[in-house]
Every structure is written in structure tokens, then in C-alpha cells.
Design a protein around this ligand. Structure first.
Ligand code: HSE
Length: 397
């Protein structure tokens, strides 16, 4: 691990939006004494904005180069990324990655490799782009008793939802296309709009906030693809705004995890978070509620988090995962009452075992219900699995 102030030599994997952002940022900040020695890419025929001499197509040109001390992994393929990251750690290099799928789905193995090798793996950019959430959860919230971490963790869906609430909205498809052009969306935007990306980030937050390693499939997840102008108009009539919410919350010794649409009250700070901006609201015993806000997607903001990790490696920083070693850790469970909005057919709605129904609206535009239900019962209901219903939680604050 690099602990000196000698120049850092970086081997970069991937040269997409974030890789190019990092290249630009480093070029504009020569005082950092950090240089990208080699860039490994897959596609030989793609035209690129810098000379071909920077590139290699052979990953071992970086992994076997003893002069490279930091590997920065910014590729799309989580399996190839795991091979690269694990080998880099095993040969004694420090690694910085922005790959949330890699970290969320292989966290247990990555923890073991870090433990075995003593090498440092940092991934601030994987969760909420430029917002320094991981390091804050590791260091600042080490002793305060967190009860809830929630927020807007996907820039693409927030960009689409912001557009859908505008009076002159041109609709879902054009907002998604715009988010793709701006470089916010994943190469496969299904990951954004079906909330897989939010579930990956929720998984990473759960590990650092509560010391719980879960599989992203354990998260109660639904995306925004079934939203209609009717849902938006109902939210607006109730002075609410539809957001995609990620939430990890303690209930006694239980921990619920979700990535779901939410009808946020307009008075809530999350309702005012627009476009690709992300926000994380932390609730803890002594500090009470706090909000971190910043750009969550795009080359510059994500590269800034990568750069911060690279700089932290200069003083030998590594995550200690202290909460994973706490004597008592919460147990994942979704048996918690939740207020939800469900728009669908009579059959879909009656599949949900509501304990209390607050609103049951039927009109020529459709039927929706706002009611109370256990989150795990909602998760198992036919309506939740149905590809046409729109389901959103209705938070109290
Ligand atoms: N597709 C992701 C988003 C990129 O929209 O938030 C940043 O992780």
C-alpha cells in the first residue's frame, strides 16, 4: 500500500464517462503528482480522444507492472471487474473502484481478500457519486447510534422523475433518452429504472452503516417503469413528489432494506432534490437528522470521488469495517408496517393484505389505494410481482 508522498502511478481499467472524467481531472491538477501510466480497454476499434499509446488491451500489462501501485477499476462487467480487482489486491496493489454491482454482489469475498492480503479497496464513487457517504459512515458515524439511512441514490431515475413532474413534461422515454445522452444512465438502463442500481447502493450503505452484509436480492425493490401521469397527478394533489427512495432502517433489532418509489411530502428535503442530484438523509441518536447532497452521476462528480479515494491511499487509508465486528448486529427482516400507494386493477389491489385502508379511489382514470401493510407481506403479494401496478411507499416525514 502506498503511504508516501512519492508520485502515484495508476493503472486504469475502462475509459468511459468516468474514466475520461478522471483523466481530465488529473490533467487539470498536476500538483497531485498522480499519473495514469496505462489504460486497459476492451474495444480496439473505438475512436478515443487521446493517443493510442496510452492504451493496452491486455490486463496483465497493468496487473503485472511492479511500477503501478494503484489500480482504478471503472469497467461495466462485474465478473471481469472481480477478476481484475481480486488479482490486483493479491499482488499488493491498492484498488479504487466505482463499480457498485461488483461491490454489492461480491462484498463477502472482497472482505476476505482484503483481510488476507492487507491491501486496501476503496469505493466511495460506487454510492451517490460525489457525496462522501462511505467514509462518513465508516468514520464519523462510527459511534453515533444510527437508526436510519435513506435517500435518493440513483441520478438517472431522479432525472426522469423530475422531468415527469414538470407541467411541460415530454414524457418518460424522452427523459430517459436525455439521461443517457448526459452520461448518467448505465449502459443497460434497466439497472437504473428497475432500481437494481439503487439496490446495489443500498447494500453497500447497509454494510457501512449497520455492519450487515446482504445480497442485493434481499432488498425489497421495485422500479419506476410503470409510473403514469395519473400517479404523478395524485401525488401532486396530495402535496407530494414521487422519488425513488433507498432506505435502510432499524426496527428494534431488525433491519429493513428497500429501494422503492416513494410519495415524498413536498416539505421533506428529499422532495426538492432534482435531476441527477443525490441526497442521503441520516438519522442518528445524538446528531439527529442530517442531509448530504451532491451530484450522484456523470463523469466529473464520480471522478471526484475516485480522486478522493486515490488521494486517501497516499496516507494508507483503508476501510476498517468496524461495524461488521460489533458484538450485536441487526437481523434483516421486513416485518414492519408501511404505508403504501398502490395503483392497479381490483384483482391486483385485493392481493395485498392491507390492515387499514386510508384512501380507496375509483374513477374512470383508474383505482388506487393508500393503506397500511407489512412490508414483507407487500413484497410477497401478487400485485408486487405484477409488471403493471405502480407501488410507492408513503413516508411520514
Ligand atoms: N447510473 C447511475 C445513476 C450512475 O444514474 O445514478 C451513478 O452510479
Amino acid at each position: 500500500m502506498s503511504t508516501t508522498t512519492s508520485p502515484q502511478r495508476i493503472g486504469l481499467f475502462g475509459f468511459g464517462v468516468v474514466g475520461q472524467g478522471l483523466f481530465d481531472v488529473l490533467h487539470r491538477t498536476p500538483g497531485l503528482q498522480t499519473e495514469i501510466t496505462r489504460i486497459c480497454v476492451k474495444n480496439r476499434s473505438k475512436s478515443r480522444p487521446i493517443p493510442a499509446s496510452h492504451f493496452t488491451y491486455e490486463r496483465n500489462d497493468i496487473l503485472d507492472d511492479p511500477n503501478i501501485d494503484v489500480v482504478v477499476e471503472l469497467i461495466d462487467d462485474a465478473d471481469a471487474a472481480f477478476e481484475i480487482v481480486s488479482k490486483a489486491l493479491r499482488v499488493g496493489k491498492s484498488v479504487v473502484t466505482a463499480n457498485k454491482r461488483l461491490v454489492a454482489t461480491r462484498l463477502r469475498e472482497l472482505l476476505d481478500i482484503q483481510m488476507e492480503t492487507g491491501s486496501s479497496l476503496l469505493y466511495e464513487a460506487s454510492t451517490c457519486g460525489s457525496i462522501p457517504i462511505i467514509r462518513n459512515l465508516e468514520e464519523y458515524y462510527d459511534n453515533d447510534m444510527l437508526s436510519r439511512v435513506e435517500g435518493i441514490v440513483n441520478g438517472t431515475t431522479n432525472y426522469i422523475l423530475t422531468a415527469l413532474h414538470e407541467p411541460a413534461s415530454t414524457g418518460y422515454a424522452s427523459a430517459l433518452a436525455q439521461a443517457q445522452v448526459l452520461g448518467f444512465a448505465e449502459s443497460d438502463p434497466t439497472l437504473d429504472v428497475e432500481a437494481f442500481d439503487a439496490a446495489f447502493k443500498t447494500t453497500i450503505i447497509a454494510a457501512h452503516a449497520f455492519g450487515v452484509v446482504v445480497n442485493p436480492t434481499q432488498i425489497v425493490r421495485r422500479g419506476i417503469t410503470t409510473i403514469t401521469p395519473f400517479d404523478v397527478s395524485i401525488a401532486q394533489q396530495q402535496s407530494r413528489t414521487i422519488k425513488l427512495l433507498s432506505r435502510v432502517q432499524l426496527h428494534g433489532n431488525g433491519l429493513s432494506l428497500l429501494a422503492l418509489p416513494a410519495l415524498s411530502q413536498n416539505a421533506s428535503p428529499l422532495a426538492g432534490i432534482r435531476n441527477e442530484v443525490n441526497a442521503v438523509r441520516l438519522t442518528a441518536a445524538f446528531s439527529d437528522a442530517q442531509l448530504l447532497v451532491g451530484k450522484g452521476a456523470g463523469g466529473g462528480p464520480t471522478a471526484s470521488a475516485v480522486l478522493s479515494d486515490i488521494a486517501a491511499l497516499r496516507y494508507g487509508y483503508r476501510y476498517e469495517y468496524k461495524k461488521l465486528n460489533q458484538a450485536s448486529r441487526p437481523v434483516v427482516g421486513h416485518n414492519v408496517e408501511t404505508v403504501v400507494y398502490v395503483r392497479g386493477t381490483n384483482e391486483q389491489i385485493t392481493s395485498i393484505p392491507f390492515s387499514v385502508i386510508d384512501v380507496d379511489h375509483r374513477s374512470s382514470r383508474g383505482r388506487y389505494v393508500i393503506g397500511h401493510v407489512q412490508l414483507d407481506a407487500l413484497h410477497k403479494s401478487a400485485a408486487f410481482q405484477d409488471p403493471e401496478t405502480f407501488i410507492a411507499i408513503v413516508p411520514e416525514d
